[in-house]
Design a protein around this ligand. Structure first.
Ligand code: NAD
Length: 249
């Protein structure tokens, strides 16, 4: 298999979806650039992968920073010669009912979850267009498909990711660039641990509510991302891929 150069954002958390995807992609032989607001932890994750003999670099990045995207793309292009894949994974959730949701929390979720996806896609497109190929995977959520009370801004941002991905897929389909969104259900990561820390009994309640009887594991999502990045998905674009153990079936 030809080695690809792939950027994964929000990849610093050892138990997160970004690192799971980055590790699977690196183990498939690709060169992976892991970025995160927490640059030290991103560097540590990359070091872990290099210790396995894999090709990985960890860098600090704020995905809401337009100039930072330009610098990242330049750096990865210079170091690996290409950019074949972008996984827009970084995200935040502030779970509050609208009456309690302040404007700053609304803006932050829209910026980190949605605006960042546009900034990232726009930044890598010239490189992918010059290559005539590329695959972009944007992390949405089941909250981007169905209503989730108490997650209004998060849901708005993730619904935006879903339709932004489809619109962009149509814009670039003839250029050999594929764009898809992935919609995880409830996956056991730090984001989920924080969401239920005040109600630990929710752990069993949530597992029982999922048709397959358990929350997802990060690799359940990482495998879908790795597939969509790969050439095995060469005819797949503009799609929305639900990975939720049947929760929204
Ligand atoms: P996580 O909180 O474990 O990891 C998210 C990472 O994003 C963190 O390392 C954080 O530092 C980083 N990040 C936050 N703001 C950033 C910024 N401005 N710039 C760069 N990095 C930033 O989350 P996770 O559970 O691994 O979720 C990953 C993605 O999957 C998110 O987009 C999330 O919305 C989505 N998702 C998660 C679940 C779930 O159940 N865990 C469900 C549906 C969708």
């Amino acid at each position: 298999m030809t080695q690809k150069s792939i950027i994964v954002t929000g990849a610093a958390s050892a138990g997160g979806l970004g690192f799971a995807a980055a590790r699977l992609l690196a183990r498939e032989g690709h060169a992976v650039t892991l970025t995160d607001l927490d640059g030290d932890n991103a560097a540590d994750r990359a070091e872990e992968l290099r210790a396995e003999g894999l090709t990985a670099t960890g860098l600090a990045q704020d995905v809401t920073d337009e100039a930072g995207w330009a610098a990242l793309v330049d750096r990865v292009k210079n170091e690996t010669g290409r950019i074949d894949g972008l996984v827009n994974n970084a995200g935040i959730a502030v779970l509050k009912w609208t009456a309690d949701l302040d404007v700053d929390s609304w803006d932050r979720q829209i910026n980190v979850n949605l605006k960042s996806v546009y900034l990232g896609c726009r930044a890598v497109l010239p490189v992918m267009q010059a290559q005539g190929s590329g695959s972009i995977v944007n992390l949405s959520s089941i909250a981007g498909l169905v209503g989730v009370p108490g997650a209004s801004a998060y849901a708005a941002s993730k619904g935006g990711v879903r339709l932004y991905s489809k619109a962009l897929a149509l814009e670039v389909a003839k250029q050999g660039i594929r764009v898809n969104s992935v919609h995880p259900g409830v996956i056991w990561t730090d984001m989920q641990k924080v969401a239920i820390e005040d109600n630990p009994d929710q752990y069993d309640v949530i597992n029982a509510a999922i048709p397959m009887g358990r929350m997802g594991e990060p690799d359940d999502i990482g495998n879908m991302i790795a597939f969509l990045i790969s050439d095995r998905a060469r005819y797949v674009t503009g799609g929305e891929f639900v990975v939720d153990g049947g929760l929204t079936a």
